[in-house]
Every structure is written in structure tokens, then in C-alpha cells.
Design a protein around this ligand. Sequence first.
Ligand code: HC0
Ligand code: SF4
Length: 580
Amino acid sequence: SIKLTIDDQPVEVPEGTTVLEAAREQGITVPALCHMDLSGIGFHSSNASCRLCVVEVEGRRNLAPACTTLAAPGMVVKTRTQRVLSARRINLELLLSDHPKDCLSCAKAGCCELQDLAHTFGIRNISYEGEMSHHVKDTSSPAIVRDPDKCVMCRRCENICREVQGVGVLTAVNRGFESVVVTAFDRDLDTTKCTYCGQCVAVCPTGALSEKDETGAVLRAIADPAKTVVVQVAPAVRTALGEEFGMAPGTLVTGKLAAALRRLDFDYVFDTDFAADLTIMEEASELLDRLTRHLGGDTSVKLPIITSCCPAWVNHLEKRFPDLLDYPSTARSPMQMFGSIAKSYLAEKIGVKRQEMVVVSVMPCVAKKAECAREEFAVDGNRDVDITLTTRELASLIKRANIDFHRLEDDDFDSPLGESTGAAVIFGTTGGVIEAAARSAYEFHTGETLEEVDFKALRGFDGIRSATVDFAGIDIKIGIAHGLANARVLMEEIRKGTSPYHAIEVMACPGGCIGGGGQPFHQGDESVIKARQQALYSEDAGKVIRKSHENPHIKKLYEEYLGEPLGEKPHALLHTHYMD
Ligand code: HC0
Ligand code: SF4
């Protein structure tokens, strides 16, 4: 280990630690824009480009960027001298001099790291007025808005897109004043291989990358007396929404969430978790069907089956693995299954025409905005899910409606599309979908009761995990990946014919939906994502029913309306196809 002093405090750190990490471990919050460290998910970004983390190192003439300076034995570091503070302030003012001043109406107003720093440093005037760079705002995608004028060249987006997602559509171009992060040839995002995962949005410190705001469309639908507006909420929203109201990460707000949605005057308040149970009915049946046929010698049936409920993952599959489109499950995502059932079964039950019903979904995700716009998820141009909001957009609506979130009394979701099991709740974390599928597939296959429902071997945070589950004598090998670069590893194995798995779960975002691009900003704090995961497991553990096929409302839906899983009606309403 290495011993040094930072601000007169003795510090001991392992070799290879940067001065920035060493300082932050001591509770010294050195500011930084280009630095972000989520090493638990394989993401580390530091370019020493923002130069806000500069410190004095005794014996060195120039100030050193703490993010790329390694701690050395006997080093004496000062992080808050007059010289350091004034250098940081000048660097910040230089950044601000070429930054648009429309903070009041910026997508990031209130949660912009640059604005926070300007406030912290007490900047009241921007001394360096001069030329401003001008780029075209890219609103081509259904999910993400790019405003390169607000880029501060921290390059976090470029790094996460390339390293964690293995997509690499964002790159820094030009030098000096002209430098900016853009797509190749500055093309519109919707013409690139972007998956709309939104991880670039999740790490962008400013308003250069944001989700497409659709709150206005929702408010208009609610105000329209001719519309019946139905809302569904994804599993991962309940474990993160509270953060927008100052609650600790991992605070479950399921009851307050239902209450808030009712106060917002949605006509029906339902839960995507209900549809997650429905997805399991179809996907677990599909797994067993493929397995049985494959083991019976039918080589036209492909294994492993791959989960397909993550829309960024589906986009990635279609764009990068067009030769492997026979592998993903054909089951639609829970969000789309919900929309399809709401506009058929529910519409019939409550006597509303599908054109008069508006289905809104609240998702931790930005790719869901593009998923609901896919042509195959509409009937005569009328979408199954009309509008998708992120967790952040919902928080904004709650605030606008003068709702004191803290004082809301817990409420329940409406019936019948609001009841769900513990299996559905864990969909929101990496490993959860396949664990939920395993709970049902085991019982479908063996006809026996599964006593121990916690498949602990499938849990965790490693980017790629694997486990074997014993299905009464048959070893089912399961692979899990989160982060698209990790998924690629498992896909390459399939391409080469060396994949050992029967089933694979992929979620595009680190941690699964809990770490989605539409969630409250984690600001580089990995423990936030981990706390959300724990909350979902505890909600599951507290549920009386923890297997999807035991959900009485799902049973009734099949009896009354759908028939058998994988049957004709489920095929038409609940399954899909993929296109390259
Ligand atoms: Fe997810 Fe979903 S679990 S993708 O992560 O499967 O967004 O939370 O809603 O659809 O249920 C996101 C979260 C969902 C869907 C579900 C799945
Ligand atoms: Fe890359 Fe995802 Fe951002 Fe697209 S949405 S640019 S794939 S990080």
C-alpha cells in the first residue's frame, strides 16, 4: 500500500489508486466532470479534460489533474489552496463561456452538474464572452434528444457507449474550441446503430443528452374527456422514484406511486408487473417447448432461448446479430403485452373502443419510447402503448400537480391488471427475468412444487454470470449478461456454436432496469443502483405469491380470454417477430 498526505491528513491506499479516488475516500469531494467511476459495472471514465479536479502536489510546478495522477509514496497533496480554487474557477468559467445560457428551460435544469458547480463556485458573471459553437440539435430519434451545443467534452457518453455497451456510436471530433462529441459524420441518431439504451443520457452531466419529453402529451390525454387513460408502471420505477423526492436510494414507494398516479387523474392505475407474470407464462412455456423439441432431436429448434423484454437489447440484436434472430424468445415485453391486453380484453370489459383508450407507461427506460412506436405494436395505426414516460418525467408531473409525495397514503393498483407476484417484481434487476422464468418452468416441467424459490446463484452484479438449475434430472444451464458489451460475449459463443447455455437473460443497462437511462440520475454512485436491487428482492420476499403462474388474475385471463399459453390468441396478442 501507499502512504501519502492529502490536506494534511495521512492517507493509506492500495497501489494504482488515483489522487482523486484517495481524496474521495477521505470524504474530500474533489469536483470533476469528465471523471465517473462505476467500476462494479466495468465503467471508468477519466480524460483529464475538464481540469476541474486539479490539485497541488508538493514539488511539482504545475497543478496536477487528480483523476489521472496516481498516488505515490510520501506525496503531499493540497486540494483546496487559493491557487487550486482559482484555477478550478477559471477552468469552469472557460467551459461556461462556450455554453448556452438557457438554463431556465434546459432539460437538465435543476440536476445539471455544470450548473451545480457554477453555483458552488459562486460564479455570478461569465468573464470570458466570445464566440459560441453551433451545432444542429438532433431530435430524429423517438427516445433521445442530442444538443451538442451543451457538450462539455467530458466524454462520459462516448466511453460508456463504447466500453459498457460495445456500441460506439458517439465520438469526440475536432480540436480545441471546435471539439465536441457527436455521432459518426454527425448523422442523425436514428440512422446509426444506437440502441436507445440511454446510458449516455444517464451519465451526461449537462443537457447535451436527454430523453424526449412527452409529459405534455400525457397531460393533454388526461384532460380530454373523450379519452379513457390507463397507466401502467414498470417494476424498477417503484424502487427509484422516491429519490426524486429526496428519499434514500432503495426506498420502496409502491403504495405512494399508485396514490400519486390516481391524484394525477389517470382513469385506471395498473401495474406492468401483472404483464410480467403474463410474459413468464408465455416465455417459460416457450423455453420448455424448445427444450423438449431440441432434446427430442429437432435441430430446427434453436437453443439457447434469449430473453427479449429489454428493448435496447432487441434493437442491438436486430442491428448487430441479424443472423441470430431465431434465438430470442418471441414473447413481447411485459409493457407491450400490457398494452395489447388493455386494448383488447380490458377495453371489451369496460366497454371502451380502442381508439378512445390511451395507454401510458411509466418506465425506467428511454428505449421503451422507441419500442412503443414500433409498427408491429399497433392495430390500424393505433398503438397498443400510446405514450411512454421515464421515471424522471413522472416525478416532474407529480411535482407540477402540487402533490406532496411524502404525505401520500399508500394505495393499491386497480384490478384486474394491477395484481402481481414476487416473480414479476424482480424483472427490474439483472437476473430477475430468468429467475422468474425458472420458478415457473420448473413447476411446469416437473409437476412438483418448488419449495426454495430464491435462485441465489442467478443473483449478483457481475457483468456475466452463469448457473445450473436442476429440473428434476435435467441440468438447465443459464447465462446472464447486463451491459451490451457483455451480451456480445455470449452472442459470439452462439455464433461459434460453443454456447453452453439453454437459456440466456440479457438486459442492456448495468444492473438491469434499475440502472435504466430513464431513472433518477445516480451521479456516478454505484451504491444507488445496488440499493435499488436490494429493494426489489425484498419486495419479492415479502409477497405471498412468488410464482407468476399462481397469480389468480393471470389464471382467470387465460380461462376467460386467452386459452392456453402459446395458443392461437396468445400468439396474436402476446408474441412478435424480429426484423433485420
Ligand atoms: Fe423493465 Fe420490463 S423489467 S424491461 O427492465 O421484462 O423498462 O422495470 O418494465 O416491459 O416488467 C424496463 C423495468 C420493464 C418490460 C417488465 C421486462
Ligand atoms: Fe450509445 Fe446507448 Fe447512447 Fe445510443 S443510447 S448512443 S447506444 S449509450
